[in-house]
Ligand binder design. Structure first.
Ligand code: ATP
Length: 371
């Protein structure tokens, strides 16, 4: 088995943006709905952890989302992108409320941000706390972030035969994007080998139907693995068709380690996997690219509970830790994760989505107390 230092170096090489800077500028983009309630918890946690690890943070408030669109006509103001690109080391993004039908001039700001800033990977760890009777879930879903159906090439036209409407959407899978997502997934698997001597990578696809697009995804992932066999020799390589993947994910979640998926399957899988660990409110993510890391809870704007002060801040707090990890501050990240795990394990101070009666700020204060 390769040495730990090799895993670390390999991971840092792939990520490329591990700065290890101790004075960090962080953009805060709450967006809409509960995004406004959970993003401040990320800031509070950073302000608490900073002095313990010699880190200082400079925060910049930034706008994006549906309300921003209603106010200014732009869902993602140019200023937000410019500030992130030129001034920020990292950022925290809350959630945006998107209309389900087309609104002229509006498009999802997070999808646009991922594209503008080259945030090609969305890393989503899904982990349960170790308590008796709990199925052990500890997986990372690595979602390709830039293509697939999210290139949003759609058209609606009238079918000549029936005279009724038809809508087409283009699914794009490229060799370049697949190669880099496979690489980061394999390097995350290498990192996990440090803690667990037996790690597997599962490539998910639907190449039995989409033989060209998903076929290419599958082929390129395999090529990346095989062309670096010495480095990845300790990783068990698997492939799983997306439908049977979902079935296995719910029946035997403990069998999965690192899953790499095209954009849409990755999105759906991670929301589904959230059900395995109690709530969407505890699942974090990091959008990773060469210049910046954006932590983002997996949940949406949750209009049903927005404004009630009961949204679960844990997904955001964990996303904050992930952001720090990708900025090279693993110990600070680990301390945050440990404080969150300890809150969850004790199972006392919790928001209603986890069956509790506490508020967002009760949970934040409890995590901060444990830091
Ligand atoms: P959007 O349109 O922005 O995606 P949504 O309501 O369709 O919003 P989510 O925001 O992901 O989708 O919410 C799905 C469900 O999970 C909702 O019932 C919501 O209340 C709940 N939920 C999501 N995030 C949290 C959270 N942080 N705390 C508590 N409940 C949450």
């Amino acid at each position: 088995m390769l040495r730990r230092s090799v895993y670390n170096r390999q991971f840092q090489r792939t990520i490329g943006n591990i700065s290890k800077k101790s004075n960090l500028t962080i953009g805060l983009i709450p967006g809409d709905g509960i995004g406004k309630e959970v993003i401040p918890s990320g800031r509070q946690v950073l302000e608490t952890i900073g002095p313990k690890h010699g880190l200082t943070f400079n925060f910049i408030d930034l706008q994006a989302g549906w309300q921003t669109f209603l106010d200014t006509g732009k869902a993602l103001p140019v200023e937000t992108v410019k500030t992130l690109r030129e001034n920020c080391d990292g950022a925290l993004f809350g959630a945006v409320q998107s209309p389900t039908t087309k609104v002229e001039g509006y498009s999802s700001p997070i999808v646009a941000l991922r594209k503008e800033l080259g945030l090609y990977a969305n890393i989503r760890p899904v982990k349960s706390v170790d308590t008796p009777g709990n199925k052990k879930v500890d997986m990372v879903i690595v979602r390709e972030n830039t293509e697939d159906l999210y290139i949003k090439l759609e058209k609606t036209y009238i079918d000549e035969k029936t005279g009724t409407r038809v809508a087409d959407a283009t699914k794009r899978i490229s060799e370049v994007a697949t190669r880099r997502i496979a690489k980061i997934a394999l390097d995350i698997a290498l990192q996990r080998l440090k803690n667990n001597g037996n790690v597997q990578l599962t490539v998910t696809h639907k190449s039995n139907v989409l033989s060209q697009s998903d076929g290419l995804f599958r082929e390129v992932c395999k090529e990346v693995f095989e062309s670096n066999k010495t480095l990845y020799s300790d990783i068990q390589y698997n492939e799983q068709i997306i439908d049977s993947m979902v079935y296995r994910l719910f029946r035997e979640p403990e069998c999965f380690d690192v899953i790499v998926a095209p954009n849409l399957y990755g999105d759906i899988l991670s929301d589904g996997a959230a059900a395995l660990v109690g709530s969407l409110g505890v699942v974090p993510s990091a959008n990773v690219g060469p210049g910046i890391v954006i932590g983002e809870p997996c949940h949406g704007s949750a209009p049903d509970i927005a404004g009630k002060g009961i949204s679960n801040p844990i997904a955001t707090i964990r996303s904050t830790a992930l952001m720090l990890e990708f900025l090279g501050h693993s110990q600070a990240a680990q301390d945050i994760q440990t404080a969150v795990d300890s809150n969850l394990r004790e199972d006392k101070i919790k928001t209603p989505d986890l069956g509790g009666k506490n508020s967002t700020s009760d949970v934040v204060n409890d995590v901060i107390r444990r830091l």
